[in-house]
Ligand binder design. Structure first.
Ligand code: ATP
Ligand code: ATP
Ligand code: MG
Ligand code: MG
Lengths: 227, 227
């Protein structure tokens, strides 16, 4: 479903250059379940943002669903993203003065669904992560783990073909993490491609394949040599 | 060093009441190392904010360093907080368009230190968490785990008597978590009281005592029955 070839990303800060990704190449088949691990600052989120069409690489090619996307305009990227990809941000990225329900509804705004149907689907997604009773709270009225679960619900509400989750259980207790991992497992069983960044080995063990990043490079791939 | 007695906190949202804490009582001796665990939404962060003088309880008493603080004004609370407590927020709470160095310097602004000395201490704190080379980056130019470490450095720069850390390793890989836990261990060895919220059993195991929260109540205390 996706192929990264020699993807590089360099940030420029004044006179300084920060090479966040230094030539990363790998492919993911439709329906795979991949875990990404690596040290803090090794480039995982940067790679996830490029994969999620939220950012463009400085160099290299990104082919998604058979189509080269690294050269697309912002609008074209947004359209690809909204239809096909659900993204759970490491920092949640919830709208501040907006309720949990409205935050989860957001990806459905561009769909043709009438308002009542959007509300219904957003409420069902919140219920799935155990937050039906927090639908009216804004993000400052939610605990850290509740904010994280709203971000997860928002990523799922559009029933995306590919889910990219950046540290989705970082603020969740073991029992709640288990429930969230069950959701990802059932999405994957239903055919969705799941790519998840995590630092917890127990969570990574739920995936069929593991990628290891270090200093902007892919240094290990549990699927390598299995073609 | 601190004693909570029947601490309750109820949030009011329009007509609805959310009882985040429903009568929590425990004491912590100076120099202890305590871990707090519990399900998402069980009241851990709410309790930490009250302990850190960042919020006031709806009911109950909070005695810190022999002094009743639940009735203090905002200014008085701020003074107690700044002198004695280092707080690592679950959501980091870094200033957005401000460099990592300036964020870490912030608690020193009220001290009598000259600017050069403040810079020096802030840089030393950043170096301690492995981020000396990221001093000039703003929070949007840092990875999730780097932002978390800046929040940790900021909490330590004032050499506080008590450190309250809310999920300080939620975004850190195992190796970096180990380094951060070593910092907390050495602070505790030097006499600081450490209270840490975590959902990871390995991290909780570094503490000498564990508190378990559920639905706004303290349901277990590994020190109970040991007086
Ligand atoms: N400002 C607020 N207004 C209304 N309800 C709130 C507010 N802040 C928190 N709550 C509610 O209080 C409860 C406890 O929140 P708290 O942040 O203390 O939980 P927590 O144990 O830290 O959870 P987590 O592990 O998810 O971080 C939650 O159910 C939350 O929805
Ligand atoms: N906008 C930016 N400007 C400059 N440097 C940046 C920017 N964003 C990220 N970086 C740097 O790029 C590197 C990779 O960042 P990235 O967020 O991909 O790391 P990560 O692997 O997700 O880390 P973590 O596990 O801590 O979340 C980091 O060293 C970071 O400081
Ligand atoms: Mg990251
Ligand atoms: Mg919390």
């Amino acid at each position: 479903i996706l192929r990264l070839t020699d993807i590089a990303k360099t940030y420029v800060l004044g006179e300084q250059q920060v090479p966040a990704l230094r030539g990363v190449s790998f492919a993911v088949q439709a329906g795979e379940y991949v875990a990404i691990m690596g040290a803090s600052g090794s480039g995982k989120s940067t790679c996830m943002h490029i994969m999620g069409c939220l950012d463009r690489p400085t160099a290299g090619s990104y082919v998604l669903d058979g189509r080269r996307v690294d050269g697309l305009t912002r609008d074209e990227l947004a359209r690809v993203r909204n239809r096909r990809i659900g993204f759970v941000f490491q920092g949640f990225n919830l709208l501040a003065r907006t309720s949990a329900l409205e935050n989860v509804e957001l990806p459905l705004i561009y769909s043709r669904l009438p308002r009542a149907r959007r509300r219904e689907r957003a409420l069902a997604a919140l219920d799935r992560v155990g937050l039906a009773d927090r639908a009216g709270h804004t993000s400052t009225q939610l605990s850290g783990g509740q904010q994280q679960r709203v971000a997860i619900a928002r990523a799922l509400v559009n029933e995306p073909a590919m889910v990219l989750a950046d540290e989705p259980t970082g603020n969740l207790d073991t029992a709640t993490s288990r429930e969230i991992m069950d959701i990802f497992a059932s999405l994957n069983a239903a055919g969705a491609t799941v790519v998840m960044v995590t630092h917890e080995p127990d969570i990574a063990a739920c995936a069929a394949r593991r990628l290891l990043f270090r200093d902007g490079l892919l240094v290990a791939d549990s699927a390598a040599g299995q073609e």
